[in-house]
Design a protein around this ligand. Structure first.
Ligand code: SAM
Length: 261
């Protein structure tokens, strides 16, 4: 039996940093990985991150949001010395298996960002936190704390690469004009089911009629940039995305690249 997602009687009240481990239940993760196949994802992303890291002479990378390993495996294949961390043991098990399929023995560490330095050792040229992961932190205190942990684990000339969904568009367009994001053609749809300044509850529907949700904190782009600089990062560059799942004017994702010094 697979455990189901648990959001309780009032799902929109679930606004807790630690809840992510109960949201990424194995059945959701398996489904997502089998439908959004990695080849398709690689094609749409191109070599954006690999090029960015190479251009800056990065050798060692800590992937703090490994998930099922998409970026870690690409980084290993590209020759980066990569350590793969995540707070979810289920995710890391899936990532490790995915790495093996590709001939990589991934170095995995289970670690929550809020206590990253306790469980992960060493200093890195780059930390990547990708796939709209930072959105899982529900209090400003946790966000500051996680960023400070990332900062501390970087070499003096290291960089943090962190992406996020374009929540400004979702918040400003309002609940009524919410749009669906389609992946794999029409197979998987992702749409905001509930939106306020403190929560975007995303609904993921699959072709077999199964439905899953994730509760996320809607990070405004300039807010994320401000937090990064307040924690000490210098020179923060923000890119519009490489990938458009929505045919509109606005990018769906932003990628922030922040330098430690
Ligand atoms: N980067 C992967 C990708 O793009 O496919 C996974 C992205 S998934 C949306 C977010 C990941 O962040 C999950 O694997 C989750 O377990 C992890 N995560 C969320 N909050 C975390 C925290 N506080 N500490 C450590 N990992 C966390």
């Amino acid at each position: 039996m697979h455990p189901a997602q648990k959001f309780g009687d009032n799902p929109v009240e679930v606004r807790e940093t630690g809840h992510y481990t109960e949201e990424y239940v194995p059945s959701f993760v398996e489904k997502w990985d089998s439908l959004i196949d990695w080849e398709r994802r690689s094609r749409s992303e191109g070599d954006f991150f690999i090029d960015l890291l190479r251009k800056r002479g990065v050798k060692s990378v800590l992937d703090v949001a490994t998930g099922t390993g998409f970026h870690s495996v690409r980084l290993l294949a590209a020759g980066f010395d990569t350590v793969s961390a995540d707070g979810s043991a289920d995710m890391l098990a899936a990532a490790f298996a995915n790495g093996m399929k590709d001939g990589h023995v991934m170095r995995v560490v289970q670690a929550d960002w809020r206590w990253l330095n306790r469980d992960v050792h060493g200093e890195y040229d780059a930390i990547v936190c990708l796939g709209n992961s930072f959105t899982h932190l529900f209090s400003e205190r946790d966000r500051r704390r996680a960023l400070a942990e990332f900062y501390a684990m970087l070499k003096h000339d290291g960089i943090l690469v962190l992406d996020q969904r374009n929540y400004d568009a979702i918040l400003d367009d309002g609940y009524t004009s919410k749009h669906k994001y389609y992946y794999c053609g029409e197979d998987v749809s992702v749409e905001p089911e509930y939106v306020d300044e403190g929560l975007v509850r995303m609904r993921y529907s699959f072709p077999d009629d199964s439905v899953y949700h994730l509760n996320m904190f809607p990070l405004r782009k300039d807010y994320t940039r401000r937090l990064m600089s307040e924690v000490g990062f210098q020179n923060i560059e923000t890119y519009g995305d490489f990938q458009h799942t929505y045919r509109g004017e606005q990018p769906d994702f932003f990628v922030h690249v922040a330098e430690k010094e």
